[in-house]
Design a protein around this ligand. Structure first.
Ligand SMILES: Nc1nc2c(ncn2[C@@H]2O[C@H](COP(=O)(O)OP(=O)(O)O)[C@@H](O)[C@H]2O)c(=O)[nH]1
Ligand SMILES: [Mg+2]
Length: 432
């Protein structure tokens, strides 16, 4: 199979190639990070493509108290996800489906959202006031900085599975190193669907907002997240009155970070929603994320392929084993030399796989070689007193012994190595 340039095939073809490589190389490259990673990605991609593509999963993530649950409530407009004061932590994700729960069931099972924590906005869709969000599954995630390792593990797991992440920051902790280095940079490199919300902007004086906003924007830009949208929000809708002067309320200067103080509450949430609607409508973000994962995996495979195999000569192995006799150290030396010649020129992981294969039955070799000697001896004619008969008997025994050692070498060393080399060659043809 050939593929012209990375990224030129369909997502299904890429998945097929990744799965083939995992199947071909899996047994030989166990523990190799590129392959272990590929195995996880292949499984996840196959699952996501199989599960309803009619839904876009959007996670609200961030540190404790930033307003994830409040944002969830602002979107669902009904108090379903317990906000901070009542329940200081959200230990498990909540999900709200803008559409039929029945159709979303399998996807929610896969995400691991318990059935008690699933809600629907189907009726709101019927009334058409939220039709633009049809197909959205919004998730309220546990805190990334939770003191409970279990909660953090849950967030990390989910962040790999969802299609879009809306990262909620607050004015106190927006510069958190854990957030920028531990999460945002990685997320941005993995997906296109990332939006950052600077929440609780109502707690800032109007004059402070542009400064804090610009500061966060700078942090994002510095981390290579220049393309990631930043939206100022207030999830609770508690918009304090604008400070007044003698001439009436002071209006904040217009600028990119000035929240539109919606009279309907939830300033900025409308902006967030306006960013999400076209993504949900397009409905391709899940496939795009899968495609991106697979493309990166295929690029990662580059280090697993290189020169074609030069079949190693087995003569020197047989000679080495014949002269080593039952000396285990010399047997090992011969095997090692054979492994080195078989692995020559192969990429590191495969060279190691070939060596492992060559040594896989090393422990059985001395006994097998003794048996070969005993067998050859047993074939020696017992009465060799005629002139020249001893010489002929020796030669015959030697031939039999060679043939026996040949068999031992093939069975215990060469065949395991050939299996690894064949897997390598197949992997190479699959990828080039
Ligand atoms: N003033 C204000 N308070 C907020 C805002 N968002 C959340 N809060 C409050 O901050 C606290 C933590 O919010 P919560 O949604 O539980 O945060 P979570 O831990 O990220 O889920 C609660 O008391 C919320 O009422 C906001 O935009 N403005
Ligand atoms: Mg919460």
């Amino acid at each position: 199979m050939t593929h012209a340039t990375p990224g030129s095939e369909s997502v299904a073809t890429k998945l097929d190639i990744v799965q083939q490589v995992v199947d071909l190389a899996g047994e030989h490259l166990a523990g190799e990070p590129a392959l272990e990673n590929a195995r996880v990605i292949a499984e996840r991609s196959a699952d996501r493509l199989r599960l309803s593509r009619g839904f876009t999963t959007i996670a609200l993530a961030g540190t404790t108290g930033s307003g994830k649950s409040s944002m969830f409530n602002a979107f669902t407009t009904i108090d379903r996800s317990p906000a901070g004061i009542l329940r200081p932590t959200t230990s498990e994700p909540y999900a709200c489906v803008w559409g039929s729960l029945t159709y979303a069931d399998e996807l929610l099972d896969w995400l691991g959202v318990s059935s008690r924590r699933r809600f629907t906005r189907e009726s709101a869709l019927d009334a058409n006031d939220e039709a633009g969000l049809r197909g959205m599954i919004l998730l309220d995630l546990p805190d990334v900085d939770s003191v409970e390792p279990r909660h953090r593990a849950e967030v990390d797991r989910l962040l790999h599975l969802v299609d879009v992440v809306v990262w909620i920051c607050d004015p106190q902790k927006y510069g958190d190193q854990l957030v920028h280095e531990g999460y945002l940079r990685q997320l941005a490199s993995q997906r296109d669907g990332l939006i950052v919300a600077l929440n609780q902007t109502d707690k800032l004086q109007p004059a402070q907002l542009p400064k804090v906003g610009a500061d966060l924007r700078q942090l994002l830009d510095d981390g290579g997240l220049g393309k990631v949208p930043l939206v100022p929000t207030s999830a609770t809708g508690d918009v304090p009155a604008l400070p007044t002067s003698k001439r009436g309320p002071i209006k904040p200067k217009p600028g990119p970070f000035v929240t539109e103080r919606s009279t309907r509450g939830y300033p900025g949430v409308a902006v967030l929603r306006a960013l999400l609607e076209p993504v949900i409508l397009r409905g391709t973000v899940a496939e795009e994320a899968v495609d991106r994962d697979l493309t990166a995996t295929l690029a990662d495979f580059a280090k697993l392929v290189g020169n074609p195999v030069t079949p190693p000569s087995i003569n020197s192995l047989v000679r080495g084993l014949a002269s080593a006799g039952t000396d285990a150290a010399r047997v090992e030396q011969s095997v090692q030399a054979f492994a080195a010649s078989a692995a020559a020129g192969l990429p590191g992981p495969w060279a190691r796989a070939v060596e492992t294969a060559a040594r896989s039955r090393l422990g059985e070799l001395p006994a097998a070689l003794s048996q070969a000697v005993a067998y050859a001896d047993a074939q020696r004619p017992r009465r060799a007193w005629l002139p020249g008969a001893k010489k002929r008997a020796d030669a015959r025994t030697e031939t039999i012994l060679r043939a026996e050692i040949d068999k031992v070498a093939l069975r215990y060393v060469v065949e395991p190595v050939r299996r690894a080399l064949t897997a390598y060659e197949r992997t190479r043809t699959t990828l080039t």
